[in-house]
Design a protein around this ligand. Structure first.
Ligand SMILES: [Zn+2]
Length: 477
């Protein structure tokens, strides 16, 4: 039996006049459903509701989520991902349902994204993260009057965003910019936004609201991913494009290069994918990495209840625990184990770095291709404007070009993200143990996991008090 799918369409205000109307979206979606031999049973149609405005409820979108959850439909076909979910939040809600109900179908007319696969989700997340910041979609170019309004908006008198000087919002505040770049580097190296937020709150960074040091998680995320960092002008959170499809640049001095900024945005979007199902932040270096030498169960760190600041004795121990399914027979004082492992791991990485040298710097090799694609798109739009081609021809030609452009942009973001990640992580070659233990715990754990898959803690003989490194067994990758 054919699978029953819902079709989702939305006309946004930006389509005004250019009429990629609901009817056309629906026809295209139906054709796609046909190709996949699915049976469209219901059309969900939101009119003139912008998906990127927060707090705007899209009734039909909500209804569709409900139907999907309840099993009334077995999948969704939409014109493009943008129309379906401009907010990461909406995308996550959709993905949640795909998680709960395996084998759901998903397709969009303009992009080849499949929410049913892990890869497809990552891609969707990255695309939505970018779309949320930048209006890629040329059919949604902002009208001249909006642009002018935004440009006038420069003197709105609000406080300068974090990173720029309070007395002159066009000039970089070098101190703040340094903190932003450091935090971005940490993000690329695997540090959580929450950790950065805690540190910033302690140090009073990031322009917290008057009279408080508290900052919202999304506020910190915004500071690190703001398009303003590369000089892009935004309007309602979207990057503004001029008639040629180039981002409109502000008058202020940028803090990031486009590559740096895109890498950070991609890393954060990808992280959201991994976050699901992951437990809370770890407190101890080897929690879950250490395993019991007798029963091989994972061992966690736990605080020693008798310990107080200034007192002798162990502050924390690694203990095989019956609660976690272990035998409960093996435990070890934590600190000497951590020190031993840090020393061994740093030593190994130092030697490896010596042997392999430093990873090569390089530009993304397909930059020209992307520029050609952008030029093609601009040319098509120009041609339609000049009436050399019809609107319907334009809309036939555009999706392919847009798909190629999006795929290239995604590839570029990934390229630089990986490069920056390698850079941020590649700095263990000259790291001392002291520097290692100064790093946030996630970063320390990443460094350890780079070299080791596990640390086996063998039982110590009865009454054996002295720490014996021979009973700690690192398992190298
Ligand atoms: Zn055990």
């Amino acid at each position: 039996m054919a699978r029953k799918v819902g079709i989702y369409t939305r006309i946004s205000r930006d389509d005004e006049g250019e009429a990629l109307g609901v009817a056309r979206q629906r026809t295209d979606c139906e054709r796609l459903a046909d190709l996949r031999t699915w049976q469209p049973v219901k059309v969900y149609e939101d009119n003139d509701v912008s998906a990127f405005k927060r707090n705007v409820v899209r009734d039909e979108f909500e209804l569709m989520l409900k139907d999907l959850k309840a099993g009334l439909i077995d999948g969704v076909v939409a014109y493009d991902l943008d129309r379906l979910a401009r907010q990461p939040r909406d995308l996550e809600r959709l993905i949640e349902i795909f998680d709960e109900r395996p084998r759901l179908e998903f397709a969009t007319v303009t992009n080849d994204v499949n929410l049913g696969s892990a890869d497809g989700r990552t891609m969707a997340r990255i695309m939505v993260a970018f779309a949320n910041k930048s209006s890629h979609d040329t059919s949604r170019r902002i009208k001249r009057k909006h642009l002018e309004l935004a440009q006038q908006g420069k003197s709105n008198g609000g406080p300068a965003p974090y990173g720029w000087r309070r007395d002159d919002r066009n000039k970089v505040d070098p101190e703040a910019a340094k903190h932003i770049r450091e935090a971005q580097k940490e993000v690329l190296a695997g540090v959580r936004i929450g950790t950065i937020r805690t540190r910033w709150q302690e140090e009073g960074l990031g322009n917290p609201r008057e009279g408080t040091k508290r900052m919202a998680h999304h506020h910190v995320e915004h500071i690190l991913t703001n398009p303003r960092l590369v000089g892009y002008r935004t309007y309602h959170g979207e990057i503004l494009y001029d008639g040629d499809g180039k981002p409109v640049m502000g008058e202020w001095d940028p803090i990031n290069t486009v590559e740096d900024w895109e890498a950070v945005c991609a890393a954060i979007a990808e992280r959201k994918q991994d976050r699901a199902g992951q437990s809370l932040a770890r407190k101890y270096l080897l929690s879950g990495i250490a395993r019991c030498g007798l029963c091989k169960a994972k061992i966690r760190g736990q605080v020693n209840r008798k310990w107080q600041p200034g007192s002798k004795g162990a502050q924390y121990t690694y203990q095989c625990s019956k609660v976690n399914g272990g035998c409960g027979k093996v435990g070890r004082v934590g600190e000497p184990v951590d020190k031993l492992i840090a020393r061994l791991v740093l030593q190994e990485q130092r030697e490896k770095a010596k042997a392999t040298g430093i990873p090569a710097e390089g530009r993304w090799p397909r930059e020209q291709e992307l520029e050609d694609r952008l030029a093609d798109i601009a040319q098509l739009i120009e041609a339609e404007k000049a009436k050399t081609i019809t609107l319907s021809t334009l809309l036939q030609l555009l999706p392919d070009k847009e798909r190629e452009r999006d795929a290239l942009k995604l590839e570029r973001a990934r390229f630089y993200k990986e490069q920056k990640q390698a850079e941020a992580k590649g700095s263990t070659a000259n790291m001392t143990e002291e520097e290692f233990f100064d790093l946030p715990i996630e970063r320390q754990r990443e460094i350890v996991l780079h070299s080791l898959t596990a640390v086996i803690i063998h039982p110590a003989g009865r009454g054996k008090r002295k720490f014996d490194p021979a009973l700690i067994d690192p398992v190298w990758r």
